[in-house]
Design a protein around this ligand. Structure first.
Ligand code: NI
Length: 138
């Protein structure tokens, strides 16, 4: 466990009021945990920007009847098998599929995988979310 440090912050009251309203709506019971989360988010964003090691999810929605699409998506996934830890495929209805891939690796690589899959013709919607592997956060 790391030691806790206290520090004082000077901040305009209207800015602090807005912050308090936002964190209260999000369910935080005090400012400290909200500020810790902001700092952690900043560390994660920095790590992503510096091509650090990240974990992520890539979510895809597509129509599997679209010609060759499922094959194309599978080919891309095999090209990056070292970075794709797990995939889940859900048949949403007769046409639509939802696929969620859990990925890990350098942020540039994870971004490349996400972009290749999401930009494949016929993918209706795609989203890449990158987060920390947890190692760098306390
Ligand atoms: Ni399906």
């Amino acid at each position: 466990m790391s030691e806790l440090e206290r520090f004082g912050v000077s901040i305009p009251d209207d800015l602090l009021n807005k912050f308090d309203k936002i964190i209260s709506n999000k369910g935080y019971s005090n400012r400290s945990e909200a500020i810790r989360d902001l700092i952690r988010d900043n560390i994660v964003e920095q790590s992503i920007a510096e091509d650090g090691e990240v974990a992520g999810t890539i979510t895809l929605v597509y129509d599997h009847h679209q010609r060759d699409l499922a094959d194309k998506l599978m080919d891309i996934q095999h090209d990056f098998y070292k970075n794709i830890i797990s995939t889940t495929h859900i048949h949403m209805d007769h046409h639509n599929c939802l696929e969620v891939l859990v990925v890990k690796g350098k942020s540039k690589k994870v971004n490349e995988i996400g972009n290749k899959l999401m930009s494949t013709k016929g993918v209706k919607h795609g989203k890449l979310v990158m987060t920390s592997t947890g190692k760098e956060l306390k």
